[in-house]
Write a protein that binds this ligand. Structure first.
Ligand SMILES: Nc1ncnc2c1ncn2[C@@H]1O[C@H](COP(=O)(O)OP(=O)(O)OP(=O)(O)O)[C@@H](O)[C@H]1O
Ligand SMILES: [Mg+2]
Length: 208
């Protein structure tokens, strides 16, 4: 995996008459965690969706760079991992089946053993791996979402409220995941949790 930085410049977003982001700039640097904070409705999730290329900004732009080279937009998806409350996992599939599916989607087929290991590092014990995710608790589903974001070891990791629904052990597992990625990836965490804000090497505060 080669290091990628993500630069966003004067990003603005409107939903109809509602202006959500106004000229927001910053950079996700490999080896750093950018914390995106701000009150409910300030646009944290919107910004992460724009950085992921899921939403188009109304103004400004986003560039992925590998060294001096700009990474074309069609290659963003394979280079990023994202977990957010807006994302769903397939309820009728087991955790392992979900990860197999998302892995294939990224062109990154991992052996079941590796997927099981990843789920275990996120605190989901092996005995739960083959049960339909629809029968999981919300914290267990959150762990599957995080595994989905991390499984292809992306150069860019975008985490929207990663500890939502997680207990203390789950929070520690996310902290370990972020620490592992920080070594080589560019990481953004949208959060208002003081424990997560403390992970940030840089911080962007969005206002209402
Ligand atoms: N698809 C959409 N259509 C219309 N308005 C939207 C849409 N998505 C977000 N918004 C609005 O944009 C604003 C920012 O929403 P966003 O979800 O980005 O905030 P947030 O900072 O992530 O909040 P929270 O802390 O509650 O997660 C809100 O006022 C929301 O209603
Ligand atoms: Mg949000």
């Amino acid at each position: 995996m080669e290091a990628i930085s993500v630069e966003f410049t004067k990003v603005g977003k409107r939903f109809g008459a509602r202006a959500v982001l106004a000229a927001v700039s910053g950079t996700l640097r490999p080896g750093e965690v950018l914390v995106v904070a701000g009150p409910n409705g300030a646009g944290k999730s919107t910004l992460l969706n724009i950085l992921a290329g899921v939403l188009r900004p109304s103004r400004g732009g986003v560039a992925y760079r590998r060294g001096d080279e700009e990474v074309p937009r069609r290659e963003w998806f394979e280079n990023l991992g994202m977990a957010s409350p807006d994302m769903a996992v397939y309820e009728e599939l087991s955790a392992i089946e979900n990860l197999r599916f998302f892995g294939r989607l990224r062109g990154h087929a991992l052996a079941d053993g590796a997927l099981a290991e990843l789920l275990e590092t996120l605190g989901l014990p092996v005995r739960e791996h083959h049960r339909a995710v629809g029968t999981y608790s919300s914290g267990m589903k959150q762990r599957v979402k995080l595994a989905q974001a991390a499984l292809h070891a992306p150069a860019v990791l975008l985490l929207d409220e990663p500890s939502s629904n997680l207990d203390a052990a789950g929070h520690e597992a996310v902290a370990a995941l972020v620490a592992r990625f920080r070594a080589r990836a560019a990481v953004a965490v949208a959060t208002n949790d003081p424990r997560e804000i403390a992970w940030g090497d840089a911080r962007l505060d969005l206002a209402l």
